[in-house]
Each structure stands twice: as structure tokens, then as C-alpha cells.
Design a protein. Structure first.
Length: 210
């Protein structure tokens, strides 16, 4: 970037079509003052810096660094610890797979159950297909039949059970039974982070459960 008294050229991030793309051909923005300008010439360099900073912020907002997002997001400590190295090495498939195994072990430790995955979830959260869930090992609310919001309590318990079932069906099983070079292994950093957040949420709720 060159700052002049009345004009300057800014080399900004590239574009492909109408989309920003950090790997695209850089575009040049020409900023100049003329007799119609309403700011003092002494303010011109500051204006150029503001435009440059805004462009950098916009680029980082649209395509944030996934490794930075990983470190900033408050994942459950166990999930962050077991996946950090894999995530930063770009092994997103393996990172999520390890996280699902950590969830399975976490449920076993909390309940003393020897079951695994979906059977484990059904036995400790309750069967989401049942008409009513009664006295599961892990309760996400009082599940009090006398409560005026008992139906909502049932819905939350059933929903959490469904969510945990979904983690094992959608995240764990394809990664556990299909080769990594199939479509199941084609997972981006952002997709992996989304999945880790879901698993982390479940583990946080388990810690808070009754």
C-alpha cells in the first residue's frame, strides 16, 4: 500500500466472480481526492488506513481461520484435548471420530454402563420412541409428572436422546465403517468444527444433568 498526499493505490484481496477469494487475483482500489472532497488533505492517509483495515476485517469475517476458531470456542475440555492435534494437522475426519469415542466413554464413566453408542444412549437417556421416558440414568430436567410443564420436560429429554443418537448415527458410524477416502472423509474444517460443537454441547449438558 502506498500513501500519497492526494491519491493512493490499495492492493486488496482477490475475487473470483463476485465472491471474495484470498487466492484470487488481487484487485487494485484507487482512492483519490479532488476539489469536491469534503475532508482535509491531512486526513487522507488515515482514511486510506481505515479502508484497508475494514477490508482485512471483512476478509477475516467471511473466511475466518478455522484453527483460531477451534482455540477460541469453549469446547468441552475433553473434546478440545483429544482433538486439538488432529484438528490443527487438518485431520478433520479423525478428529470428529475421536470425539465420538470420547462421548461414548464419557457416558460409560458417568453411568457405569457397559453398553455402547446408540444402545448406551437409549438406556441412559431413555428411548426417544417411547410414549413416556421415566427415570433415566441421566435426566436433563426434573421429569416431574406433577409439573405443569411436564410435556416440555419430556420433549427436552426425548430431544437430547435423539440428538445423541444422531451423533452416533451421523458422525460416528460413517467414519467408523467407511474408508476415509470415500465421500464420508471429505469433511472441511468448518464442518468438523460444527460437529465437534454438537458433541461438546452434549457433554456439557451431561455434566449439568441430574
Amino acid at each position: 500500500m502506498e500513501l500519497g498526499q492526494r491519491n493512493t493505490l490499495l492492493l486488496l484481496d482477490g475475487r473470483v466472480g463476485n465472491r471474495r477469494n484470498g487466492r484470487g487475483v488481487p484487485r487494485v482500489l484507487h482512492i483519490s481526492m479532488n476539489r469536491h472532497s469534503t475532508i482535509d488533505v491531512s486526513e487522507f492517509p488515515r482514511l486510506v488506513r481505515q479502508i484497508s483495515n475494514y477490508e482485512a476485517l471483512t476478509k477475516e469475517t467471511i473466511n475466518p481461520d478455522p484453527s483460531l476458531l477451534f482455540e477460541l470456542y469453549l469446547l468441552h475440555p475433553r473434546i478440545k484435548a483429544i482433538t486439538r492435534s488432529l484438528f490443527h494437522k487438518g485431520e478433520y475426519f479423525s478428529a470428529v471420530f475421536e470425539a465420538t469415542k470420547a462421548l461414548n466413554d464419557f457416558l460409560r464413566e458417568r453411568t457405569g454402563s457397559r453398553d455402547s453408542e446408540t444402545t448406551l444412549v437409549r438406556n441412559v437417556f431413555g428411548d426417544p420412541a417411547s410414549r413416556e421416558i421415566r427415570d433415566p440414568k441421566i435426566k436433563f430436567n426434573p421429569l416431574d409428572p406433577a409439573s405443569p410443564d411436564y410435556r416440555s420436560q419430556q420433549n427436552e429429554q426425548r430431544g437430547m436422546s435423539n440428538l445423541a443418537h444422531g451423533v452416533f448415527f451421523a458422525f460416528r458410524h460413517p467414519k467408523g465403517h467407511e474408508p476415509q477416502d470415500t465421500q464420508w472423509g471429505d469433511i472441511t474444517a468448518y464442518e468438523a468444527l460444527d460437529q465437534l460443537i454438537v458433541i461438546s454441547y452434549l457433554m456439557k449438558r451431561i455434566v449439568e444433568a441430574r
